[in-house]
Structures are given as structure tokens and as C-alpha cells.
Ligand binder design. Structure first.
Ligand SMILES: C[S@@+](CC[C@H](N)C(=O)[O-])C[C@H]1O[C@@H](n2cnc3c(N)ncnc32)[C@H](O)[C@@H]1O
Length: 456
């Protein structure tokens, strides 16, 4: 296949299907295209490109290509630390929050053959003593109907248990020939259905995909084009209850500023919570503490205490345009961004920068907005600018680190994270990290240590 045809197919698969085929996956791409040309009875790659670019319903094609591209690789309790976090922190917190209604709704999206979805009723079984008094709904979905059929059966081979202790396996499964059969009581607690996260509309009341307290979508975004990632993240947000939590694989939603989702950083993982304080904390709060600034109410929740620290000691991003005006403008930009009025937010940032190009915070918000559009070259250049303007801008190092990690550049990612760690170490452990959700310095430090320790 000619290089130009290959590149065109890659572009069409990205734009029409939403799947990311990296340049290093050329061999796989050639194989996939050859297979699809054959299966569709087409005569050439060019014809396949015409098909992808046409108005034809490509839902089926997405399913076929997804099946060829993603392995469905999964196992019980994959990522042990995230499951400990679920069992020790997230599920108890959700149960506490929902105890008046005694109702809990969980969605395990892109669940493959069901191991991940079934890990949840097992965790709940170990946690709860009064499950029979609760109304617990757990649903697993995947684009691949074959995986869904397998999930419904609840029969697994040895390979699915590589993350599960023998004790758990003995308790919840019984051996049958050379397989393990899931206990019927656990199996009946999960409903499975096929669905396409790209094409389907959410919330989907007919399928029970609404009002979720917890959604998991792990190891799927890695196959997706950035613009699709953001679209799907928006769908999850709309499907979550207020206060509901989204868990992804590490670094998969490396942007921690996704509309109404805010980040919570734990040593084991970042999770996303739907709440009233999206886009992290707008910075103007730092200026309110200066003796001359007028006390304007911050739009988002304010940390209980704010202590002076190295990051805050740097000149606030407002000085040269006239403090009050710039504070108000910057606050307005954050508010627009938080309300999803991204164009307006970008316009205000542009106006601030036109008056004073040295305002790091305005460049940072522009970087977040570019991130949401999936314009990563732009994001990178803006984040670098932020760091140049304010070398103590911790969130920018963390974002850039995530961006490099996503590109597979572990060395640069490590460097960014190590710098963030060094800066964090100068701050009080219980203070909050500016622009980085509502997590404390200590929690982010532990998270960085975790990321640095799992580098390959
Ligand atoms: C690598 S598996 C991850 C399984 C499980 N979440 C885990 O982390 O162990 C990725 C899964 O995403 C599913 N998937 C890919 N694209 C999808 C889409 N558009 N809608 C729903 N599921 C999708 C694939 O079929 C596959 O089962």
C-alpha cells in the first residue's frame, strides 16, 4: 500500500471513526485495511477510503475496526492500587453519600469480557453487610457483542485471574474442568449490554445509563483520537450524578480540567468528580489576600486555608494591567470556561494577553482550552510559555508531564514531574496546589512519586 493511501486511511479512521492509529502501528494499519477491503468486497484501499469518507453509516465499521485495533485485554482487579482506592475510599464515600436513598448506580464502560465489571460486586460484597437493603445497579457495556456474550456467561480461564488473590477466587468462583465459574449471586448483580461510546447518546434512560454514582472507563481512551476522548468524557459527565466519580486508566484523561469534572488526586490514581468546582481553582483568590485588592467572591469553592508558598509567592498574573481589572477579567475567563463557553473564555484571555503578554495564568487557561479541542501542539507550546513566564507554575509542569507521557516520551515526562515534585516539596503539605483540582500538596506529591515509580 502506498504511503499516501496509508496516510489517508489513517486520517479518515481518525476523523470518521475516532480511532487513533499511531505511526508506529503502520504494520497493523496495513493489515487492518487489507482485511476490511476483503471483508467489504472492495477492490482497493482507495475504494475503502471513499467508503470511509462517504455518508455511509460507519457504526458497523467502527465496531469492526475497534475489534481489530484493541485487544480486549483485561483481567480481574487489573491495577490493584486503583481497586484498593475503590474499596477503601471511593465506594465507602459513595455508600455514605447515598445511604438515605440506599441506592447506588455503577457503570463499567468498555468492560470487555466482564472481569472489570464483576470486580465491583465483589468489592461491594466485601465492604457491605446490608446489601440486601440496598438497590444496587451495575451495568457493563462494550462495543464488542462477542465480549458481552462472554461477560454474561461469567466463565473464565486462569489468565483472567492474574490480578486476583487465590482467596478471592476460591470465595467467588468454583472450578469447572479447566475454567472458573463465577458465583451466580455475583453474576446476577451485573447487567451487560453492547453499546458504542462514540456513536450512542448519553444519558440513555432506556438502557439504564443515567444517574451514575460511579463510572469506570479504563484502558479504552488510549485507542481514541483526542477530540473523541473529550466528547466521550462529556458524555460520562452528563451521565454522572452530582458528586459522581469517573475512574479511568492512569493518565488517560490527562487533562484534569474537563468541563464539570474536577480532579481528585490520590496517591494511587487521579479520579474525576462531577462537582461545582470545575477547571480547578481560579487563581484570583491569591490576589484577594493582598491588602489592596478588593475582596471579590471567587466563582468556585475556595480552599479552607491558603498559605503563602513558593508558587503563590511569584508575581500574580495580574499586575501590569491594573489589578482589579485583570482580576475581574481573569475571573470572567474562568467563569466562561467553567460554563462551557470556551470561545468567550479564549476571547477574554486574548484580551488580557493583548494588554500584558506576561500573564501566565491567561496562557494557562488557553492551554486548557486548546487541550479540550485536542490541539496538542498548541497545548504544548502554551504550557512551555506558562513555565517560561512563571517557572513555579506547578500545574503546567504536571500537564506537560502527562502530555509527554501520552506521547511515550518517558524521559521528558519524568523531568517535568520531578520538577513539579521539587516545587511541591517547598510548600506546606496540607495546602492546595493551585490550578490542580482540590487536592493537597501531599496527595499530589504521593501521586507523582507513584507515577515516577511506574515509569518504564
Ligand atoms: C483494552 S480493553 C479494556 C477492558 C477493561 N476496561 C480493562 O481496563 O481491563 C478496551 C475495550 O474497549 C472497548 N471499546 C473500544 N472502543 C469502544 C467504543 N467506541 N465503545 C465501547 N467500547 C469500546 C473494546 O471493545 C475493548 O473491550
Amino acid at each position: 500500500m502506498e504511503e499516501t493511501s496509508l496516510n489517508l486511511t489513517r486520517t479518515l479512521i481518525a476523523s470518521r471513526i475516532g480511532l487513533l492509529v499511531r505511526e508506529q502501528d503502520d504494520t497493523l494499519l496495513r493489515k487492518m485495511v487489507a482485511e476490511r477491503v476483503r471483508a467489504l468486497n472492495l477492490s482497493s484501499t482507495e475504494q475503502y477510503c471513499q467508503f470511509l469518507g462517504s455518508d455511509a453509516d460507519i457504526r458497523r465499521e467502527r465496531k469492526e475496526l475497534t475489534t481489530l485495533l484493541s485487544t480486549g485485554e483485561t483481567y480481574f482487579f487489573r491495577d490493584r492500587e486503583q481497586h484498593v482506592l475503590l474499596q477503601d475510599v471511593i465506594l465507602p464515600e459513595l455508600l455514605e453519600r447515598r445511604k438515605a436513598e440506599r441506592s447506588l448506580r455503577i457503570w463499567c464502560a468498555a468492560c470487555s469480557s466482564g472481569e472489570e465489571a464483576y470486580s465491583l460486586p465483589i468489592l461491594l460484597d466485601e465492604l457491605m453487610t446490608d446489601q440486601s437493603r440496598w438497590n444496587i445497579f451495575i451495568i457493563g457495556t462494550d462495543i464488542n457483542q462477542d465480549f458481552i456474550e462472554k461477560a454474561r456467561q461469567g466463565i473464565y480461564t486462569e489468565w483472567s485471574f492474574r490480578g486476583m488473590s487465590d482467596a478471592r477466587r476460591q470465595r467467588y468462583f468454583h472450578p469447572h474442568k479447566n475454567t472458573w465459574v463465577l458465583d451466580g449471586a455475583i453474576r446476577n448483580r451485573v447487567t451487560f449490554r453492547a453499546g458504542d461510546l462514540v456513536a450512542d447518546e448519553f444519558p440513555d434512560y432506556a438502557s439504564g445509563l443515567y444517574g451514575m454514582d460511579l463510572s469506570l472507563c479504563r484502558n479504552m481512551f488510549i485507542y481514541m483520537e483526542p477530540h473523541i476522548v473529550f466528547r466521550i468524557a462529556d458524555k460520562f459527565t452528563e451521565t454522572l450524578n452530582e458528586g459522581g466519580i469517573l475512574v479511568t486508566g492512569h493518565g488517560e484523561l490527562y487533562a484534569h480540567h474537563l468541563g464539570k469534572l474536577r480532579t481528585r488526586v490520590f496517591p494511587a490514581s487521579i479520579v474525576y468528580q462531577k462537582g461545582a468546582t470545575p477547571f480547578a481553582l481560579p487563581a484570583p483568590v491569591q490576589v484577594f489576600e493582598t491588602p489592596h485588592a478588593a475582596p471579590i467572591k471567587p466563582a468556585a469553592a475556595k480552599p479552607a486555608t491558603r498559605k503563602t508558598n513558593a508558587a503563590e509567592a511569584s508575581p500574580p498574573a495580574v499586575v501590569a494591567t491594573g489589578k482589579e481589572t485583570a482580576v475581574t477579567e481573569m475571573e470572567m475567563a474562568w467563569q466562561y470556561a467553567n460554563q462551557g463557553q470556551r470561545d468567550k473564555a479564549a476571547k477574554v484571555c486574548g484580551e488580557i494577553i493583548a494588554k500584558n503578554p506576561l500573564i501566565a495564568e491567561a496562557h494557562y487557561l488557553l492551554a486548557l482550552l486548546a487541550q479540550e479541542r485536542g490541539e496538542f501542539t498548541e497545548v504544548k507550546s502554551l504550557l512551555k510559555k506558562v513555565i517560561y513566564l512563571d517557572p513555579s507554575f506547578i500545574a503546567a509542569y504536571l500537564d506537560l508531564g502527562d502530555l509527554y507521557a501520552r506521547e511515550g516520551d518517558d524521559a521528558r515526562a519524568g523531568k517535568m514531574r520531578a520538577t513539579a515534585r521539587d516545587l511541591l516539596q517547598t510548600l506546606p503539605g496540607d495546602s492546595q496546589v493551585k490550578f490542580y483540582g482540590v487536592s493537597t500538596v501531599n496527595a499530589v506529591l504521593q501521586y507523582i512519586e507513584h507515577l515516577l515509580s511506574i515509569r518504564h
